[in-house]
Every structure is written in C-alpha cells, then in structure tokens.
Design a protein. Structure first.
Length: 306
C-alpha cells in the first residue's frame, strides 16, 4: 500500500465523503453533509490538515484534523466497513497521525462519534484515544412555547476589551466543581478556553453575555449562530459557585431564548454532558427536547507548555 500523503484542498470533498459516512455503514456521506461540514469549517475559522492513502486513484485510508484556536485538535476517521477502505492502512494511518498530533503544542486530541459506532471506537482506541463522556444534544423552537425574559434584577454586559478580564474570571470560577466534563477543569489556560469557544461558530461579541446582580458578576452565556444563521447554539453556560442554585442558570437560559427571539432564528440548541443531570433537567424545564447523542473520545497531550 502506498504511503500516506497530505490532502490537498481539491481532495477535501472526496475525503469528507468517507470521513462523514454513517456509523458502521457501507455508503459514503451525501453531498449535502459534505457541504454543511465545509461551511462549518469556514465559519469556525479552524485550520485543517488531512492525510490520505491513495491506491490507483482510490482513497483507501484518510484522517482529517481540525485545529481550532485554543490548542486542541478534533479528528475524523472513516468507518473501515466502507468497501473502499483498507482496514490495515486505516489503522496504521490513525495511529501514526495521532502520535504526530500528540507531539504538537496541544492540550488534547479528541473525536466525536455516534453511540454504537463500534468500528470507529475501535479504530480511535488503536490510535490511543479513550472514552471521556457522552454529550446529549437538546433543542427547542425559539418562539414556542413562550418563555419569559430573565428577571429584571439581572443586568447584562456584552464581551469587549473592557469586559474581557471579567469574562475570563467568571469562566474560570464556573469550572470549579462543574459537572460538565470535569476532567477538563484546569487543563487549559482560560485564554485558550475562550479562544476555543470563539471558534464554535461565527463570533459575534454581542452574543456573549456577562450577568451581574447588584454589580456582582454571577455567570456568563456564550452563544453563536450556526446553520447559516438560522440556529442559535448555546456554546457555554457558566455560574460562579457562590451563586449556584439561586436562579442564575435559569436566567441565563431565559436570556438565550430572548436573544434567539430578537434575532428571529428558528431554533436554539445546546450540548450538555450526559452525566450532568441538573443541567439537562434545567433545559427540559425550558422545553428543550433530546435530539441525539455523541460519544467523546480523547487523548491528553502533555507536551503543551501552558
């Protein structure tokens, strides 16, 4: 089998068709899925690097690494159940590529797969990735059912150069005893955390809100618009420890729905750690319904200099 070579821009669509193929399937992803993922890459501003093994003009193995700001990597691999994929070549490529990424100035390498995607899970395990958690995805229509705006005693401040330090402080404090991926708490400098959140979609500082009560910062809400602006995604919700169980989380969700209505988007979505039962109960209280799950696998990288 020929050696792996870097993917060129002109080869990206061919690679994405197999990288986005359904779990354990034998069919490549449709063109619509490839187009949507391309749009996601462009909107996030993430750099990407890819490798492919070509044999007689056919792509026998491939891996794509997205490198968003914040010094992490997200990798995509195809299912080896595809008839065009050479399983041995794919395992070798995955192992070598993850090892190369692990020598980079990164905090961790991760991948998201569908539950039950045993083929990809085994392939990623061969590359050194282990299970982290499962993400539960929830969604609601922006305008229905009606949700009241947040209580008036909350005041809101958008992200800018003057509030940057306060956003950093609130996000850092909100990580203390968090039930959302606690394994990541303290792993990255807050500057990298915020950089990663900014890359979740087209960054609009007006959609980042800092909540204060009587002048005291109590929480933050980070939103972005995705799907060509038709959906508001709740990227992060954080409450400082001293203000938990005092209605701040509910106010942040009310704020998100209020902004979605103001922008006249169709839906509001969020992903939460499936282990975080209180968060899921809060979203369900505001009419969010489950729409899917993804398993997160990761490999921590120890070479980053902090």
């Amino acid at each position: 089998m020929p050696p792996a070579t870097p993917l060129a821009e002109s080869q990206l669509d061919t690679a994405l068709a197999i990288l986005l193929a359904p779990a354990n399937g034998r069919q490549v992803a449709p063109r619509s899925a490839v187009r949507q993922f391309r749009e996601h890459i462009q909107a996030s501003g993430a750099a990407w690097e890819g490798l492919g093994v070509w044999d007689g003009g056919a792509l026998r193995a491939a891996l794509l690494a997205l490198l968003p700001p914040g010094r992490t990597a997200v990798i995509l691999v195809p299912p080896t159940t595809l008839s065009t994929i050479d399983a041995d070549a794919q395992r070798n490529l995955t192992h070598a590529a993850v090892a190369t990424l692990s020598a980079r100035d990164l905090h961790f390498v991760q991948a998201l797969i569908e539950p039950g995607d045993d083929d990809r899970r085994a392939l990623l395990a061969h590359g050194g990735l282990a299970p982290l958690t499962t993400l539960a995805y929830l969604e609601r229509i922006a305008v229905f059912p009606w949700t009241d705006p947040p209580p008036q005693h909350f005041t809101w401040f958008s992200y800018n150069s003057h509030t940057h330090a306060e956003f950093e402080r609130v996000v850092a404090e909100s990580y203390v005893d968090s039930l959302d991926c606690p394994e990541l708490a303290g792993l990255r400098p807050i500057a990298d955390v915020l950089a990663g959140h900014r890359a979740a979609g087209p960054f609009d500082p007006a959609l980042w809100s800092l909540a204060r009560v009587a002048g005291e910062p109590v929480g933050c809400l980070l939103l972005t618009r995705i799907a060509r602006g038709e959906i508001i995604e709740i990227v992060y919700v954080g409450v400082v420890p001293a203000w938990r169980r005092r209605g701040v989380g509910a106010a942040l969700i009310q704020r998100a729905i209020e902004q979605a209505r103001t922008l006249r988007v169709r839906r509001v979505t969020v992903a939460a750690d499936a282990r975080n039962t209180p968060a899921q109960q809060l979203y369900e209280r505001f009419a969010f319904s489950p729409i899917g799950r993804r398993e997160v696998l990761w490999r921590r990288v120890a070479t980053v200099d902090g």
